[in-house]
Design a protein around this ligand. Structure first.
Ligand code: NAD
Length: 505
């Protein structure tokens, strides 16, 4: 990275060669602040080649040595967390505290990755047959790629590469072209931590770079996080090309507020979960289902009052609770959904359109929006808006509320607010969603678990980070071994071997 020009990171060096470029803007001001290279197929192939060449030596590096690099990396991330957060805020727009929070969640995955020797020690079984032992080893795949979205420019890449690397793979990251700088900083810290050249590479770019990764024979697996249509595309093309794929998609996360809920705590939780990061989180709560009209009236009134107190402005001012949307294009899309909700007949209780921040009139600021009486036939209910728009739906009972969630095409996260253990247990047992909270609005699993949704929120079988990622980034080899002892002759056996069959010793 060179001031205002963001290039690539290949074989341990920052490069700036590319035919095409895109602009990166500061969402709080609308100014173009940087330009980012858009990799051609040749640039992607060069990154994959560097990764392929680095693979044999990295694969042969002891897991404990890989872990040592991760330990150093963790310290460097802590050292530079303010700088990384500032880069995120300048390109994504989220407030600095929130940006630091995402780096901290990424560091938790790095900490988990530091357990490489434990995670990769395999499985052993002695005496599975006469004088026969058997064990499973977890071998790296080779070159793996990560393709990431704009909304967590540091955390989502860190969901992927720390685990891929400690498993012995080499990596090519293709970050979002909307906010590429955090990834370049993550790359420079890996180099400083002592990661050998070529083990980790970054290619910036758009669809052309993604297609080049999907078409490259040396790429063994792809981790993708982004919107559902692109996730489906990555899964279909990648698996057709023989690659292992995990593709995490979009979301529409519902919270149920039961009549017995602690309303003030639920409303506070909804404020953060709906409007934090301007609603640009895949785990954001975008639908609040209130069970009963009394609870709905109370929740809507309290939300309205809290929104009036919420400070919106540039993310660099830490007194602000909510910053701008990422780009002008995305701002127009989200505002269009607010217009649509009005046309569809929902009640717009709080209208954030027309909101401006003095001195930042060209920023992508949309005030918080709150709809009441949203119903399941509306597009604002069915589609992911990915902005500061909360839809309140009224239901008569818990079963009706849960059916709404189960019938929805997405199944990423959900939460129930209640004081009743029986309701909560029925909810966690039966709801068709991958990540479930009880009085926890953003149930993002910690690094020792794995992250993933159900239905159209994930294509593939294994979740991101945690134990699933060790399985995703390795292939199993099972060895069965016998050393005949002196004097014993092996009989010829024509029957299929079995440990429980009567054997002559
Ligand atoms: P996106 O799908 O537009 O982009 C994601 C990545 O795909 C980027 O690197 C982008 O360059 C690339 N891409 C975009 N269009 C492409 C195309 N036509 N062909 C190939 N590649 C393409 O997503 P976004 O707008 O950057 O991020 C927001 C979306 O990500 C939301 O839908 C959100 O729910 C989702 N998301 C999901 C999770 C999750 O864990 N499920 C986490 C974060 C974000």
């Amino acid at each position: 990275m060179n001031g205002t020009s963001v290039g690539h990171f290949i074989n341990g060096a920052f490069l700036d060669a590319s035919e095409r470029r895109a602009s990166v803007t500061n969402p709080a001001t609308g100014e173009i602040t940087r330009s980012v290279a858009l990799a051609s197929e040749a640039v992607v192939d060069a990154a994959v080649k560097a990764a392929a060449e680095a693979f044999p030596a990295w694969r042969a590096t002891a897991p404990a040595k890989r872990a040592r690099i991760m330990f150093r990396y963790r310290e460097l991330l802590e050292r530079d967390i303010d700088e990384i957060a500032a880069l995120i805020t300048s390109e994504h727009g989220k407030v600095l505290d929130d940006a630091k929070g995402e780096v901290a969640r990424g560091i938790e995955v790095v900490e988990y990755a530091c357990g490489a020797p434990e995670l990769l020690k395999g499985e052993h079984a002695k005496d599975v047959g006469p004088r026969i032992d058997s064990w499973s080893e977890f071998h790296p795949l080779g070159v793996v790629a990560g393709i990431t979205p704009f909304n967590f420019p540091a955390m989502v890449p860190m969901w992927m590469f720390p685990m891929a690397l400690i498993c012995g793979n080499t990596f090519v990251l293709k970050p979002s072209e909307k906010d590429p700088s955090a990834s370049m900083k993550l790359a420079s810290l890996l180099k400083e931590a002592g990661l050998p050249d070529g083990v980790f590479n970054v290619v910036n770019g758009d669809k052309a770079a993604v297609d080049a990764l999907l078409g490259n024979h040396d790429v063994q697996a792809v981790s993708f996080v982004g919107s559902t249509p692109i996730a489906r595309y990555i899964y279909e093309v990648g698996t057709k090309n023989g690659k292992r794929i995990q593709a995490l998609g979009g979301a529409k996360n519902h919270a149920i507020i039961m009549p017995d809920a602690d309303i003030d705590n639920a409303v506070n939780a909804l404020m953060g979960a709906a409007y934090g990061s301007c609603g640009e989180r895949c785990m954001a709560i975008s639908v609040a289902i209130c069970v009963g009209d009394d609870i709905a009236d109370a929740v809507v009134a309290k939300l309205k009052a809290k929104i009036a107190e919420m400070k919106v402005g540039p993310g660099s001012d830490i007194t602000n609770a909510m910053g701008p949307l990422v780009t002008r294009e995305h701002f127009e899309k989200v505002r269009g959904y607010v217009d649509l909700g009005v046309e569809e007949g929902a009640d717009l209780v709080v209208d954030g359109r027309g909101f401006t921040v003095p001195g930042h009139e060209s920023g992508n600021f949309l005030g918080a929006c709150l709809f009441d009486n949203v119903s399941k036939n509306m597009r604002i209910y069915n589609e992911e808006i990915f902005g500061p728009v909360l839809c309140v739906v009224r239901a008569n009972n818990q079963q009706e509320a849960m059916s709404l969630i189960d019938d929805h095409e997405f199944g990423n996260g959900t939460c129930i607010f209640t004081r009743d253990g029986e309701s909560a247990r029925f909810f966690t047992d039966n709801i068709k969603v991958g990540m479930v909270g009880v009085n926890v609005p953003l149930p993002v699993p910690v690094a020792i678990h794995s992250f993933g949704g159900w239905k159209q929120s994930l294509f593939g079988d294994l979740y991101a980070y945690g134990p699933d990622s060790v399985r995703f980034y390795t292939r199993r080899k099972t060895i069965t071994q016998r050393w005949p002892t002196g004097g014993v002759r092996e009989n010829i056996e024509f029957a299929f071997p079995s440990a429980t069959r009567k054997e002559s010793h």
